[in-house]
Unconditional design. Structure first.
Length: 86
């Protein structure tokens, strides 16, 4: 049975997704990921609270816990992209 000619070798693109970032650096620092990990742990234990100075209600959403962790990392000066404005 003859093999297919040029099925993979003649592709023009390298198969990588093109991104708008030019260099392949980290988008979030290790300190930022540690802060998010800490927030997730506090959420699971039930001590993570929303609002200023933790005066709000108990956080129940995973997304909200991640957002709080990233916000804390920004305040500490970790490398975190700015918030998206809608």
């Amino acid at each position: 049975m003859p093999a297919k000619k040029g099925s993979r070798s003649s592709r023009k693109s390298s198969g990588r997704k093109s991104s708008s970032r030019k260099s392949g650096g980290r988008r979030y620092s290790k300190a930022a990921s540690k802060s998010v990990e800490s927030a997730m742990r506090r959420k699971k234990s039930g001590t993570l609270r929303s609002g200023k100075r933790g005066k709000g209600g108990k956080v129940k959403s995973r997304k909200q816990a991640i957002a709080i962790g990233l916000s804390e990392a920004r305040k500490k000066g970790a490398k975190v992209p700015p918030k998206k404005k809608h």
